[in-house]
Design a protein around this ligand. Structure first.
Ligand SMILES: NC(=O)c1ccc[n+]([C@@H]2O[C@H](COP(=O)([O-])OP(=O)(O)OC[C@H]3O[C@@H](n4cnc5c(N)ncnc54)[C@H](O)[C@@H]3O)[C@@H](O)[C@H]2O)c1
Length: 449
């Protein structure tokens, strides 16, 4: 899309400017962004609507598949919890209901897969889908381990399949603006990136938890898949799986996959990784309860000398959605780029700078500009047609979550680690290196799908 704004487009755009200016975006950027329009357009024409399968009909899967509805037909829904699968079938009338992702992916005439399972299933579902010739929109965090990410990137390249990672902040104007300004030196020489993440469960919410009978509607064995076998504990399952290292990485990967992704985009390091990682848990977890650290501080150094600090904050933990002002001493979750000449802070619904003029001044024609997507699902659908890489293609998703995985590994081994981003391997630390991959419980393996 051309960056030059025609007079007609300018006039069309002008009517939107005041509303967007209220939301904190500078007028020049709003005018310019409006001129790009939408990527994929909603359509009712059956020939133009890809046929997709939803794998994982929990909270996010239901929301995601509704986002797909204007562009695509959800013809298959799959969940190992029969009630969740039934919710999917109810939302997408006419869709066939499955309990095994391999059968759903074999649904006749399928073009693409939306993967919204818990994190520990993403890789095997995504590999199977791509190997079966399907394009994939996969929820973040893209993987459970760095090794899984290498397999996903390689398979996406080998099969030529589109893979969009569900890091939808990349398709939000505010985050793109912040990253474009930082990459063009608006804060001067970049010195530090502060990434504040909503903390995990508080001290009274961490367990210990008791095993109970498996609900009749749930295939617990299939839910666990490749992970170590455990008795059914409700807190291990729907939604709260994200606080157990067996299935996820706590808020380090849950929210970290979003905000660290933006940190990498702004730094221009999205296909690389840090050189060192040092991390400290800031509270204790309870035996028999959630395992992923709730409170933490992780410090990365990057090959270009930038310090990147990722820390948990309790101001808006839990929902992670509040955009009200934090009290003094508290921070808001989001990303702050600090340079020699000022700072820019960005989060959902808000962008701020040390001096408002840092945002107001238009970027010159020679400025480095970034991939424009104004609708994350729309961008995926568009790429199904154009076969161009989506904004959060496999390597982007892999590198962003790798930074989170590295933080968790440093938290778990408790010492400063040196990382070689090119080889994607630790330097001189066998224990840390063991965390790069995990043994999958039989019958699951990369080759089993
Ligand atoms: N992009 C975002 O903003 C965003 C927001 C929320 C969640 N997410 C991500 O979405 C994913 C799902 O999170 P959630 O909160 O919806 O969790 P959830 O527990 O509500 O839903 C997950 C669903 O997957 C099902 N499932 C488990 N194993 C399966 C398998 N082998 N085959 C089919 N279905 C299976 C579960 O039964 C459950 O219904 C996570 O990776 C999470 O990080 C992303």
């Amino acid at each position: 899309m051309s960056r030059r704004v025609s007079r007609r487009r300018f006039l069309q755009a002008a009517s939107f400017v005041s509303a967007a200016a209220v939301a904190g975006l500078p007028a020049w950027f709003v005018e310019e962004s409006r001129s790009y329009g939408q990527t994929a357009r909603p359509t009712t024409s059956p020939n133009e609507r890809p046929r997709v399968a939803l794998i994982g009909c929990g909270g996010r899967g239901m929301a995601l598949s509704k986002e797909a509805k204007p562009f695509a037909d959800v013809v298959a829904v799959c969940d190992v919890d029969e009630k969740h699968a039934a919710n999917g079938a109810y939302e997408h009338q006419g869709a066939t209901q499955y309990d095994d992702f391999r059968k759903a992916i074999a649904h006749k005439g399928l073009d693409a897969v939306l993967c919204a399972t818990p994190d520990h299933w993403h890789t095997l579902v995504n590999l199977h889908a791509m190997r079966q010739g399907k394009d994939v929109y996969s929820e973040k965090p893209l993987t459970l381990t760095i090794d899984e990410g290498k397999h996903v990137v390689q398979t996406s390249r080998q099969t030529g399949r589109i893979l969009q990672t569900g890091s939808q902040q990349r398709s939000d104007d505010r985050f793109r603006l912040a990253c474009e300004l930082v990459r063009n030196g608006r804060v001067g020489r970049l010195k530090q990136v502060l990434v504040a993440i909503p903390a995990g469960p508080g001290p009274k919410e961490r367990g210990p938890f008791k095993a109970t009978a498996v609900p009749e509607e749930l295939d617990w064995e299939m839910w666990q898949g490749q992970t170590p076998e455990h008795e059914y504990v409700p807190q291990r399952c729907h939604f709260t799986f994200r606080y157990w290292y067996d299935y996820s990485g706590g808020t380090v990967t849950d929210w970290g996959a979003h905000h660290n992704d933006i940190a990498l985009w702004g730094m221009g390091q999205e296909r690389s990784g840090p050189s060192t990682i040092e991390a400290k848990p800031l509270s204790e977890m309870v035996p028999g309860g959630y395992t992923a650290y709730s409170d933490y501080r992780i410090v990365y150094t990057w090959p270009n000398g930038v310090e990147h600090v990722c820390y948990s904050e309790r101001y808006d933990s839990g929902t992670g959605a509040s955009i009200a002002q934090p009290a003094p001493g508290e921070t808001h979750h989001g990303v702050k780029f600090v340079g020699s000449d000022g700072w820019i802070f960005v989060t959902r619904g808000k962008i701020e700078a040390s001096d408002p003029d840092l945002l107001k001044q238009e970027l010159p024609a020679s400025a480095e500009r970034l991939y424009v997507s104004r609708n994350h699902m729309g961008n995926f659908i568009d790429c199904l047609r154009t076969r161009k890489p989506p904004i959060a293609e496999a390597e982007i998703g892999h590198r962003s979550v790798s930074v989170c995985h590295l933080g968790n590994i440093a938290l778990r081994v408790g010492r400063k680690l040196t990382w070689d981003p090119k080889a994607e391997a630790f330097v001189g630390d066998d224990e840390a290196q063991r965390y790069v991959a995990r043994t999958m419980r039989k019958p699951w393996s990369y080759d089993a799908v």
